[in-house]
Ligand binder design. Structure first.
Ligand code: MN
Length: 308
């Protein structure tokens, strides 16, 4: 289980920590004095003299220093108080699934399910698979290109055109449930007769809601389903799926930019309104429907920009 322990260290303790962990230093993050990595724990000492121990052995490692440092106080947080995954879940063979794009006005919704077992894990880690929110776009595209050859996966792309067609009937959550289920179902067929010990869905709606929409689908995969937010932190399968999704989404926006001759941004802010206005001027609503999720408020805002 991921643990996070924070100690407030004295100057003396900081210097002791520095000496002890120096052989294990890695690149120093902003505002940190050092960061070191030992099996099961990452130790980060900050300029504020907070020292953060994170990882499965954090508690044990921090306890050792608590005994030595007279002036330390401990703040303990459980970083996964809201999830009920089994303790050793990270080492299970798992299908993980994630999606991207549903919050972006322009571009598709992409869902990916990936199967990761212990034979894939060392290479995925070596290739840099981790929380995609901590990776740059360039990293994501590079890592995705490599990991698609490492483990089985299924990727589904719901184009804006298709999205707009089904959107009146399928609300966003129902759409996502349908896509996750379909990606998982297809992947389970690919890897058969292997069956995963768990299927972890990066949670976007309560489990009861997921199951409510699932009941309307064909090819329902009902177990062994697990749900947690920040799923990429709990299994490499979700982290890998997330990276493949993001890479596909980025590529789609790049393709759209080439086709249209200007930058097609992600998100749903003012940049998106301006891009949409340009698309409308070029080809009206029919062209916009090819690139945008037109039920977003951005469509009205784009028309306001044009009619101003
Ligand atoms: Mn997600």
């Amino acid at each position: 289980m991921q643990q996070t322990i924070t100690l407030i260290a004295s100057d003396k303790l900081i210097s002791e920590l520095t000496t002890a962990y120096e052989p294990y230093f890695q690149r120093t993050p902003p505002y940190a004095l050092f960061q070191a990595k030992i099996p099961g724990v990452v130790i980060t000492a900050y300029q504020s003299k907070k020292v953060v121990f994170q990882g499965i052995n954090a508690e044990k490692e921090a306890a050792m220093w608590e005994k030595r440092g007279a002036n330390t106080t401990q703040k303990k947080q459980s970083s996964n108080s809201s999830n009920s995954l089994p303790k050793d879940f990270a080492s299970w063979n798992v299908v993980g699934s994630d999606e991207v794009g549903n919050g972006s006005y322009l571009g598709p919704v992409v869902v990916c399910a990936a199967y990761v077992d212990e034979t894939h894990m060392p290479l995925l880690k070596e290739l840099g698979v981790k929380d995609s929110k901590m990776l740059t776009d360039t990293d994501i595209k590079r890592i995705a290109k490599e990991i698609i050859h490492v483990m089985p996966y299924r990727k589904l792309v719901l184009t804006p055109k298709k999205y707009n067609e089904i959107q009146p009937e399928y609300n966003v959550n129902r759409m996502k449930v349908a896509l996750h289920n379909q990606a998982i179902y297809l992947l389970l067929q690919d890897i058969s007769p292997i069956t995963p010990k768990g299927i972890l869905i990066d949670q976007f709606t309560p489990e009861s809601n997921y199951r409510k929409y699932l009941a309307k689908e064909k090819n329902q995969v009902t177990k062994p389903l697990y749900f947690t937010t920040k799923g990429e932190q709990y299994h490499l399968a979700v982290a890998a799926a997330s990276i493949i999704c993001r890479a596909e989404f980025l590529t789609s926006l790049e393709t759209a930019s080439k086709e249209l001759g200007f930058t097609v941004p992600s998100g749903a802010g003012q940049k998106s309104d301006i891009a949409a206005a340009k698309i409308i001027k070029k080809g009206g609503m029919p062209l916009l429907e090819q690139y945008a999720k037109v039920h977003f408020a951005n469509t009205q805002k784009a028309y306001h920009l044009i009619n101003r």
